[in-house]
Ligand binder design. Structure first.
Ligand code: S3P
Length: 178
């Protein structure tokens, strides 16, 4: 797949801003937007948190793998925001990298914790949200590194600035070489 036909794929921890930034990038690019958590919910017929409770995390990850495969198989260049834990799976990483330009939105745990609010819709977050986010961030660091073509550090940045940064990286990547 040539670079101008690639999807724009956003990865990163819960609270990194993938869905908000992804939707705005899609609007700016005139592309469709897919949030893989929403695809999972449609397939499972239940909110993500309920799928975890009802079927368990392994079942959630199976549905998520299928959702990512479908999203990446979309023929139109699309903006895809994937759930925070999807990068841990090697098949997911391969699909995203093969079909997309993968951007890792980074932020420190304290900021992620503020952005996820009460975290009620995020089943992996218990009472100590910041500590859990810190731990997951550390555990997943090598998977994010392996998945991403580039990173945007969102620390202290508002959504509009992050969107500009992501789109600049995409443009730099897709400019024809002279
Ligand atoms: C998860 C992140 C969530 C969702 C699920 C598991 C994770 O998506 O997929 O709760 O393992 O980090 P967001 O990153 O969109 O919150």
């Amino acid at each position: 797949m040539s670079t101008h036909e690639r999807h724009l794929v956003l990865v990163g921890m819960m609270g990194a801003g993938k869905s908000t930034v992804g939707a705005r990038c899609a609007a700016r690019l005139g592309r469709p937007f897919i949030d893989t958590d929403e695809l999972v919910e449609t397939r499972a017929g239940a909110p993500v948190a309920d799928v975890f409770v009802r079927d368990g995390e392994a079942a959630f990850r199976d549905i998520e793998r299928g959702a990512i495969a479908d999203a990446c198989a979309t023929p139109t260049p699309t903006v895809i925001a994937v759930g925070g834990g999807a990068v841990v799976d090697a098949d997911n990483r391969e699909r995203m990298r093969d079909t997309g330009f993968v951007v890792w939105l980074r932020a420190p745990a304290a900021q992620l914790a503020k952005r996820v609010g009460d975290g009620r819709s995020r089943p992996l977050l218990n009472a100590d949200r910041e500590a859990t986010l810190e731990r997951l961030n550390t555990e997943r660091r090598s998977a994010y590194e392996a998945a991403a073509h580039t990173t945007v550090d969102t620390t202290g940045l508002n959504v509009a600035v992050v969107v500009d940064a992501v789109l600049e990286k995409l443009a730099a990547r897709t400019e024809p070489r002279s």
